[in-house]
Write a protein that binds this ligand. Structure first.
Ligand SMILES: [Zn+2]
Length: 161
C-alpha cells in the first residue's frame, strides 16, 4: 500500500484532507485523543480515527477491534491511496488534480510542501540526471520535463484550501 511514495507517506498519515461526504467541503481525518486501544499493541495505521467537517459538523469515528492474536486492527482493509482516497473512510482526497496525464495527490499541506520542495530543488531542467535515489516518488514526478507542470499544479492546489 505504501508503494510509490514509500517512507515519505507514512509520516504524513496523521492527517488526511478529504471531501466531506455531506457538503463536499474540506474535512479532516485524524487520530482523536480518546482513541480506544491507544496504549495497546496494534497494527501501524490502525488507531481510532475521526472524520470531522468543520463546515457542516459531520463527525464520524471508527475504532479498531481486538483480534484473535490480541492486536488491535480494523475489520476492513485500509483503502488504497492510489485510488485518490484516504486510508480509513475511503473518501476522495481534497488535494488532488490531473497533472501530466496522471493524478497528482497529497494527504495534507505538509505533504504537498514536502513534495514541492523536492521537485523545486532536485528537478533542474539542466541537470536531468541529478535525482535522489532515496526518493520514492513515482517516476513521472521525477522527470525534469514534468517539473513545471507539477509545480504549477501544486500552486493551484494550494489555493483550493
Ligand atoms: Zn461537511
Amino acid at each position: 500500500m505504501l508503494g510509490n511514495y514509500g517512507g515519505m507517506l507514512i509520516e504524513h498519515t496523521d492527517l488526511f484532507l478529504v471531501h466531506c461526504p455531506r457538503c463536499n467541503s474540506c474535512a479532516r481525518v485524524f487520530t482523536p485523543d480518546n482513541a480506544k486501544g491507544k496504549d495497546e499493541p496494534r497494527y501501524i495505521g490502525h488507531e481510532s480515527k475521526r472524520l470531522l467537517c468543520s463546515k457542516c459538523g459531520l463527525t464520524k469515528d471508527i475504532h479498531p477491534k481486538r483480534r484473535w492474536d490480541n492486536l488491535w486492527a480494523f475489520n476492513h482493509e485500509l483503502f488504497n491511496e492510489k485510488h485518490g482516497v484516504d486510508w480509513y473512510f475511503g473518501l476522495p482526497l481534497y488535494l488532488q488534480r490531473e497533472c501530466c496525464g496522471r493524478k497528482l495527490w497529497f494527504f495534507n499541506l505538509e505533504h504537498l510542501h514536502r513534495v514541492e520542495d523536492y521537485v523545486q530543488k532536485r528537478l533542474r531542467p539542466f541537470r536531468p540526471y541529478y535525482l535522489s535515489v532515496e526518493s520514492r516518488l513515482p517516476k513521472w514526478m521525477k522527470l525534469s520535463k514534468n517539473r513545471n507542470e507539477i509545480l504549477k499544479t501544486i500552486e493551484k492546489l494550494k489555493y483550493t484550501i
